[in-house]
Write a protein that binds this ligand. Structure first.
Ligand code: ATP
Ligand code: MG
Length: 363
Protein backbone atom coordinates (compact mmCIF):
# COMPACT_ATOMS: atom_id res chain seq x y z
CA UNK A 1 0.00 0.00 0.00
CA UNK A 2 1.41 3.34 -0.95
CA UNK A 3 0.94 5.99 1.66
CA UNK A 4 1.68 8.84 -0.66
CA UNK A 5 -0.62 11.69 0.21
CA UNK A 6 -0.92 10.35 3.67
CA UNK A 7 2.27 11.26 5.45
CA UNK A 8 3.90 12.92 2.47
CA UNK A 9 1.81 15.38 0.62
CA UNK A 10 2.50 18.07 -1.88
CA UNK A 11 0.69 21.32 -2.36
CA UNK A 12 -1.29 19.77 -5.15
CA UNK A 13 -2.20 16.51 -3.42
CA UNK A 14 -5.94 16.16 -3.43
CA UNK A 15 -8.00 15.61 -0.32
CA UNK A 16 -11.51 15.97 0.96
CA UNK A 17 -12.98 19.36 1.72
CA UNK A 18 -15.69 20.32 4.12
CA UNK A 19 -16.82 23.22 6.16
CA UNK A 20 -14.82 23.52 9.35
CA UNK A 21 -11.32 22.11 9.60
CA UNK A 22 -8.85 22.35 12.44
CA UNK A 23 -5.10 22.13 11.78
CA UNK A 24 -3.17 20.84 14.80
CA UNK A 25 0.54 21.35 15.47
CA UNK A 26 1.91 19.71 18.61
CA UNK A 27 5.32 21.28 19.10
CA UNK A 28 7.78 20.49 21.84
CA UNK A 29 6.85 23.63 23.80
CA UNK A 30 3.30 24.46 22.71
CA UNK A 31 0.27 23.28 20.78
CA UNK A 32 -1.05 25.49 18.01
CA UNK A 33 -4.49 25.10 16.43
CA UNK A 34 -6.14 26.91 13.54
CA UNK A 35 -9.69 26.49 12.36
CA UNK A 36 -10.61 27.39 8.80
CA UNK A 37 -14.00 27.53 7.14
CA UNK A 38 -15.04 27.79 3.57
CA UNK A 39 -17.44 30.67 3.03
CA UNK A 40 -18.77 31.24 -0.46
CA UNK A 41 -15.69 29.63 -1.91
CA UNK A 42 -13.28 31.67 0.22
CA UNK A 43 -11.12 29.97 2.84
CA UNK A 44 -11.65 32.00 5.97
CA UNK A 45 -10.01 32.02 9.37
CA UNK A 46 -12.52 30.96 12.00
CA UNK A 47 -10.30 30.87 15.07
CA UNK A 48 -6.77 30.10 16.25
CA UNK A 49 -5.02 29.43 19.52
CA UNK A 50 -1.79 28.38 21.19
CA UNK A 51 -1.22 26.79 24.58
CA UNK A 52 2.12 26.43 26.36
CA UNK A 53 2.90 22.87 27.49
CA UNK A 54 5.47 23.64 30.22
CA UNK A 55 2.84 24.43 32.91
CA UNK A 56 1.27 20.96 32.44
CA UNK A 57 4.37 19.44 34.02
CA UNK A 58 5.31 22.21 36.41
CA UNK A 59 7.74 23.86 34.02
CA UNK A 60 7.68 27.42 32.75
CA UNK A 61 6.46 28.72 29.43
CA UNK A 62 8.82 28.12 26.54
CA UNK A 63 10.37 24.98 28.04
CA UNK A 64 10.33 21.82 25.98
CA UNK A 65 8.42 18.94 27.50
CA UNK A 66 7.61 15.35 26.80
CA UNK A 67 4.11 14.83 28.07
CA UNK A 68 2.41 11.62 29.06
CA UNK A 69 -0.50 10.70 26.84
CA UNK A 70 -3.06 11.82 29.45
CA UNK A 71 -1.45 15.25 29.90
CA UNK A 72 -1.31 15.70 26.16
CA UNK A 73 -5.04 14.97 25.93
CA UNK A 74 -5.83 17.53 28.62
CA UNK A 75 -3.69 20.18 26.90
CA UNK A 76 -5.28 19.57 23.51
CA UNK A 77 -8.79 19.70 24.97
CA UNK A 78 -7.86 22.95 26.75
CA UNK A 79 -6.57 24.70 23.63
CA UNK A 80 -9.55 23.54 21.58
CA UNK A 81 -11.93 24.84 24.23
CA UNK A 82 -10.10 28.10 24.87
CA UNK A 83 -9.90 28.97 21.21
CA UNK A 84 -13.51 27.85 20.64
CA UNK A 85 -12.65 25.39 17.89
CA UNK A 86 -15.86 23.77 16.62
CA UNK A 87 -14.63 21.76 13.65
CA UNK A 88 -15.14 18.02 13.70
CA UNK A 89 -12.73 17.53 10.86
CA UNK A 90 -9.02 17.88 11.48
CA UNK A 91 -5.58 17.51 9.96
CA UNK A 92 -2.73 16.56 12.23
CA UNK A 93 0.88 17.61 11.68
CA UNK A 94 3.21 14.96 13.07
CA UNK A 95 6.37 16.35 14.71
CA UNK A 96 9.60 15.73 12.86
CA UNK A 97 11.03 14.29 16.06
CA UNK A 98 8.81 11.19 15.58
CA UNK A 99 9.63 11.05 11.89
CA UNK A 100 12.49 10.62 9.52
CA UNK A 101 12.69 12.36 6.17
CA UNK A 102 15.52 12.18 3.67
CA UNK A 103 16.31 12.41 -0.02
CA UNK A 104 18.23 9.61 -1.69
CA UNK A 105 19.54 8.88 -5.16
CA UNK A 106 18.87 5.40 -6.48
CA UNK A 107 20.26 3.71 -9.59
CA UNK A 108 17.27 2.20 -11.38
CA UNK A 109 16.49 1.30 -14.98
CA UNK A 110 13.29 2.82 -16.33
CA UNK A 111 11.52 -0.54 -16.02
CA UNK A 112 12.96 -1.45 -12.60
CA UNK A 113 10.69 -2.00 -9.61
CA UNK A 114 11.41 1.33 -7.95
CA UNK A 115 9.26 0.50 -4.91
CA UNK A 116 11.41 -2.54 -4.13
CA UNK A 117 14.62 -0.54 -4.57
CA UNK A 118 13.28 2.18 -2.30
CA UNK A 119 12.63 -0.38 0.45
CA UNK A 120 16.22 -1.61 0.20
CA UNK A 121 17.52 1.95 0.38
CA UNK A 122 15.11 2.84 3.21
CA UNK A 123 16.45 -0.06 5.25
CA UNK A 124 19.93 1.51 5.00
CA UNK A 125 19.00 5.10 5.79
CA UNK A 126 16.15 4.91 8.30
CA UNK A 127 17.50 4.62 11.85
CA UNK A 128 14.88 2.00 12.82
CA UNK A 129 13.65 -1.33 11.59
CA UNK A 130 11.14 -1.04 8.74
CA UNK A 131 8.67 -3.06 10.78
CA UNK A 132 8.58 -0.25 13.36
CA UNK A 133 7.78 2.54 10.94
CA UNK A 134 5.23 3.55 8.35
CA UNK A 135 7.06 4.29 5.15
CA UNK A 136 6.13 6.64 2.36
CA UNK A 137 8.10 7.82 -0.64
CA UNK A 138 7.84 9.91 -3.77
CA UNK A 139 10.05 10.34 -6.78
CA UNK A 140 11.28 13.89 -7.28
CA UNK A 141 12.30 15.47 -10.52
CA UNK A 142 15.96 15.68 -11.58
CA UNK A 143 17.01 19.11 -12.79
CA UNK A 144 18.79 19.72 -16.10
CA UNK A 145 22.08 20.38 -14.35
CA UNK A 146 21.80 17.21 -12.30
CA UNK A 147 21.06 15.09 -15.34
CA UNK A 148 24.30 16.36 -16.94
CA UNK A 149 26.45 15.63 -13.93
CA UNK A 150 24.98 12.38 -12.66
CA UNK A 151 25.07 8.84 -13.92
CA UNK A 152 22.41 7.55 -16.24
CA UNK A 153 19.33 5.98 -14.66
CA UNK A 154 19.66 7.92 -11.45
CA UNK A 155 16.34 8.53 -9.76
CA UNK A 156 15.85 10.96 -6.88
CA UNK A 157 13.48 9.79 -4.20
CA UNK A 158 12.07 11.46 -1.10
CA UNK A 159 11.69 8.96 1.71
CA UNK A 160 9.54 9.69 4.76
CA UNK A 161 8.74 7.49 7.70
CA UNK A 162 6.90 7.83 10.99
CA UNK A 163 7.38 5.63 14.03
CA UNK A 164 4.35 3.37 14.38
CA UNK A 165 4.19 3.96 18.14
CA UNK A 166 3.92 7.69 17.51
CA UNK A 167 1.21 7.18 14.89
CA UNK A 168 -0.73 5.00 17.30
CA UNK A 169 -0.38 7.51 20.11
CA UNK A 170 -1.63 10.38 17.98
CA UNK A 171 -4.49 8.28 16.65
CA UNK A 172 -5.70 7.76 20.21
CA UNK A 173 -5.21 11.46 20.95
CA UNK A 174 -7.27 12.50 17.93
CA UNK A 175 -10.06 10.07 18.85
CA UNK A 176 -10.06 11.53 22.33
CA UNK A 177 -10.88 14.99 20.98
CA UNK A 178 -13.51 13.56 18.67
CA UNK A 179 -11.61 13.78 15.40
CA UNK A 180 -12.00 10.49 13.65
CA UNK A 181 -9.32 9.44 11.21
CA UNK A 182 -7.80 12.87 10.57
CA UNK A 183 -5.20 12.79 7.82
CA UNK A 184 -1.72 12.85 9.33
CA UNK A 185 1.31 14.28 7.64
CA UNK A 186 4.76 15.23 8.84
CA UNK A 187 5.06 18.88 9.87
CA UNK A 188 7.53 19.74 7.09
CA UNK A 189 4.82 19.12 4.47
CA UNK A 190 2.31 21.25 6.38
CA UNK A 191 4.80 24.12 6.63
CA UNK A 192 5.56 24.06 2.93
CA UNK A 193 1.84 24.06 2.07
CA UNK A 194 1.33 26.97 4.47
CA UNK A 195 3.97 29.07 2.73
CA UNK A 196 4.10 27.92 -0.88
CA UNK A 197 3.19 30.54 -3.40
CA UNK A 198 2.98 29.52 -7.03
CA UNK A 199 4.75 32.74 -8.07
CA UNK A 200 8.00 31.33 -6.79
CA UNK A 201 9.04 27.75 -7.58
CA UNK A 202 12.12 27.50 -5.40
CA UNK A 203 12.03 28.53 -1.79
CA UNK A 204 13.69 27.69 1.48
CA UNK A 205 12.02 27.81 4.87
CA UNK A 206 13.75 28.04 8.22
CA UNK A 207 11.54 26.96 11.16
CA UNK A 208 12.96 27.94 14.54
CA UNK A 209 11.20 25.93 17.21
CA UNK A 210 11.82 25.43 20.90
CA UNK A 211 14.15 22.45 20.59
CA UNK A 212 15.28 22.38 17.01
CA UNK A 213 15.63 24.51 13.93
CA UNK A 214 14.72 23.05 10.57
CA UNK A 215 15.62 23.98 7.04
CA UNK A 216 13.34 22.91 4.20
CA UNK A 217 14.16 23.45 0.57
CA UNK A 218 11.12 23.09 -1.64
CA UNK A 219 10.51 23.10 -5.38
CA UNK A 220 6.99 23.74 -6.62
CA UNK A 221 5.63 22.88 -3.21
CA UNK A 222 7.53 19.59 -2.91
CA UNK A 223 10.22 18.99 -0.32
CA UNK A 224 13.66 18.57 -1.89
CA UNK A 225 15.94 18.77 1.15
CA UNK A 226 15.42 18.73 4.88
CA UNK A 227 17.98 19.54 7.54
CA UNK A 228 17.36 19.65 11.26
CA UNK A 229 19.69 20.81 14.01
CA UNK A 230 19.37 20.95 17.78
CA UNK A 231 19.33 24.69 18.28
CA UNK A 232 16.20 26.56 19.21
CA UNK A 233 14.43 28.87 21.59
CA UNK A 234 15.17 26.83 24.71
CA UNK A 235 18.92 27.11 24.23
CA UNK A 236 18.56 30.81 23.41
CA UNK A 237 16.67 31.38 26.67
CA UNK A 238 19.30 29.43 28.64
CA UNK A 239 22.05 31.58 27.13
CA UNK A 240 20.10 34.76 27.97
CA UNK A 241 19.55 33.52 31.54
CA UNK A 242 23.32 32.96 31.90
CA UNK A 243 24.15 36.38 30.48
CA UNK A 244 21.65 38.24 32.68
CA UNK A 245 22.11 36.03 35.75
CA UNK A 246 18.40 35.20 35.96
CA UNK A 247 16.34 32.01 36.00
CA UNK A 248 14.86 30.45 32.86
CA UNK A 249 11.39 31.85 33.41
CA UNK A 250 12.58 35.46 33.68
CA UNK A 251 14.90 35.08 30.70
CA UNK A 252 12.05 33.60 28.62
CA UNK A 253 9.80 36.53 29.50
CA UNK A 254 12.57 38.99 28.63
CA UNK A 255 13.28 37.25 25.33
CA UNK A 256 9.63 37.24 24.26
CA UNK A 257 8.82 40.81 25.25
CA UNK A 258 12.01 42.71 24.48
CA UNK A 259 12.22 45.34 21.76
CA UNK A 260 15.16 47.04 20.10
CA UNK A 261 14.75 50.16 22.27
CA UNK A 262 15.24 48.26 25.55
CA UNK A 263 18.36 49.26 27.49
CA UNK A 264 19.59 45.65 27.76
CA UNK A 265 18.70 44.73 24.17
CA UNK A 266 22.26 44.42 22.89
CA UNK A 267 23.24 42.17 25.79
CA UNK A 268 20.20 39.94 25.28
CA UNK A 269 20.68 39.90 21.54
CA UNK A 270 24.32 38.86 21.83
CA UNK A 271 23.43 35.86 23.98
CA UNK A 272 20.46 35.04 21.75
CA UNK A 273 22.32 35.27 18.45
CA UNK A 274 25.15 33.05 19.65
CA UNK A 275 22.70 30.19 20.06
CA UNK A 276 21.97 30.16 16.33
CA UNK A 277 25.36 30.89 14.78
CA UNK A 278 26.26 27.30 14.07
CA UNK A 279 22.76 26.33 12.89
CA UNK A 280 22.60 29.21 10.44
CA UNK A 281 26.08 28.47 9.06
CA UNK A 282 25.07 24.85 8.47
CA UNK A 283 21.85 25.94 6.76
CA UNK A 284 23.89 28.18 4.51
CA UNK A 285 26.10 25.27 3.56
CA UNK A 286 23.12 22.99 2.81
CA UNK A 287 21.52 25.64 0.58
CA UNK A 288 24.79 26.20 -1.30
CA UNK A 289 25.35 22.49 -1.81
CA UNK A 290 21.80 22.14 -3.11
CA UNK A 291 22.27 25.04 -5.49
CA UNK A 292 25.59 23.72 -6.78
CA UNK A 293 24.19 20.26 -7.38
CA UNK A 294 20.92 21.29 -9.02
CA UNK A 295 21.76 24.59 -10.70
CA UNK A 296 18.74 26.09 -8.96
CA UNK A 297 18.94 29.45 -7.18
CA UNK A 298 17.08 29.98 -3.93
CA UNK A 299 16.46 33.67 -3.66
CA UNK A 300 13.96 33.87 -0.82
CA UNK A 301 14.03 32.26 2.58
CA UNK A 302 10.94 32.34 4.79
CA UNK A 303 11.45 32.43 8.52
CA UNK A 304 8.87 30.60 10.63
CA UNK A 305 8.44 29.15 14.12
CA UNK A 306 8.13 30.99 17.42
CA UNK A 307 11.85 31.72 17.38
CA UNK A 308 11.31 33.88 14.28
CA UNK A 309 9.58 36.47 16.48
CA UNK A 310 12.79 37.65 18.15
CA UNK A 311 13.61 41.18 16.96
CA UNK A 312 16.34 41.21 14.34
CA UNK A 313 16.69 37.45 13.89
CA UNK A 314 15.74 37.91 10.23
CA UNK A 315 18.74 40.22 9.72
CA UNK A 316 21.04 37.77 11.49
CA UNK A 317 19.89 34.95 9.19
CA UNK A 318 20.08 37.21 6.16
CA UNK A 319 23.68 38.12 6.82
CA UNK A 320 24.71 34.47 7.16
CA UNK A 321 22.72 33.18 4.17
CA UNK A 322 23.41 36.24 2.07
CA UNK A 323 19.93 36.24 0.56
CA UNK A 324 16.55 37.76 1.24
CA UNK A 325 14.84 36.56 4.43
CA UNK A 326 11.13 37.26 4.95
CA UNK A 327 9.01 36.54 8.00
CA UNK A 328 6.51 33.80 7.15
CA UNK A 329 2.98 35.11 6.74
CA UNK A 330 0.80 32.01 6.23
CA UNK A 331 -2.39 33.93 7.07
CA UNK A 332 -2.03 35.65 3.70
CA UNK A 333 -3.52 32.43 2.30
CA UNK A 334 -6.83 32.92 4.07
CA UNK A 335 -9.39 35.67 4.60
CA UNK A 336 -9.82 37.39 7.97
CA UNK A 337 -11.22 40.71 9.21
CA UNK A 338 -9.10 43.72 8.20
CA UNK A 339 -8.61 44.89 11.78
CA UNK A 340 -6.65 41.68 12.50
CA UNK A 341 -4.00 42.41 9.86
CA UNK A 342 -1.25 43.52 12.25
CA UNK A 343 -1.79 40.62 14.64
CA UNK A 344 -1.80 38.08 11.81
CA UNK A 345 1.51 39.38 10.47
CA UNK A 346 2.99 39.40 13.94
CA UNK A 347 2.04 35.84 14.91
CA UNK A 348 2.13 34.34 11.41
CA UNK A 349 5.52 32.60 11.80
CA UNK A 350 4.24 30.58 14.80
CA UNK A 351 1.24 29.24 12.92
CA UNK A 352 2.76 28.12 9.62
CA UNK A 353 2.51 24.40 10.52
CA UNK A 354 -1.07 24.49 11.88
CA UNK A 355 -2.33 26.65 9.04
CA UNK A 356 -0.66 24.52 6.38
CA UNK A 357 -2.15 21.40 7.94
CA UNK A 358 -5.68 22.86 7.92
CA UNK A 359 -5.27 23.98 4.30
CA UNK A 360 -4.78 20.38 3.27
CA UNK A 361 -8.51 19.73 3.64
CA UNK A 362 -9.37 22.40 1.07
CA UNK A 363 -7.20 21.19 -1.77
N1 ATP B 1 8.10 36.96 20.80
C1 ATP B 1 9.05 36.02 20.85
N2 ATP B 1 10.33 36.38 20.78
C2 ATP B 1 11.31 35.46 20.81
N3 ATP B 1 11.10 34.14 20.92
C3 ATP B 1 9.84 33.74 21.00
C4 ATP B 1 8.74 34.62 20.96
N4 ATP B 1 7.61 33.91 21.04
C5 ATP B 1 7.98 32.62 21.13
N5 ATP B 1 9.31 32.52 21.10
C6 ATP B 1 10.11 31.30 21.23
O1 ATP B 1 9.74 30.38 20.25
C7 ATP B 1 9.97 29.06 20.73
C8 ATP B 1 8.78 28.23 20.43
O2 ATP B 1 8.60 28.18 19.05
P1 ATP B 1 7.58 27.15 18.41
O3 ATP B 1 6.26 27.35 19.02
O4 ATP B 1 7.72 27.28 16.96
O5 ATP B 1 8.22 25.79 18.94
P2 ATP B 1 7.61 24.33 19.00
O6 ATP B 1 6.84 24.11 17.75
O7 ATP B 1 6.89 24.15 20.29
O8 ATP B 1 8.93 23.48 19.07
P3 ATP B 1 9.60 22.46 18.02
O9 ATP B 1 9.21 22.93 16.65
O10 ATP B 1 11.05 22.56 18.30
O11 ATP B 1 9.02 21.15 18.39
C9 ATP B 1 10.19 29.17 22.21
O12 ATP B 1 11.56 28.97 22.49
C10 ATP B 1 9.81 30.61 22.53
O13 ATP B 1 10.60 31.16 23.54
MG1 MG C 1 7.32 23.51 15.86
Amino acid sequence: MSLFGNIISSVKAGSQSSNGVVGIDIGSSSIKVIELHEQKGVITLATYGEIQLGPYVGKSNGESVSLEAKQEQVALVDVIRESAVKARQGVFAMPLSSSFVTNVSIQADPDADLAALVRIEARKVIPASLSEVTLDWAEVEITKKESKTTEANQRNVLIASIQNVALERFKVLMQFVGLTKPPTEIECFSTIRGLYDSDEDDIAIVDIGAVSSKLYIARKGLLMRMYRIRAGGVIATQKIAEALGTDFETAEETKCSINKQASNFSEVKRAHDQSYERAFREFSQVIREYENKTGITISTVYLSGGGALFPGIDSQLKSVLDREVLPANPFSKVAYPAFMEDTMKEIGPSFAVALGAALRAFE
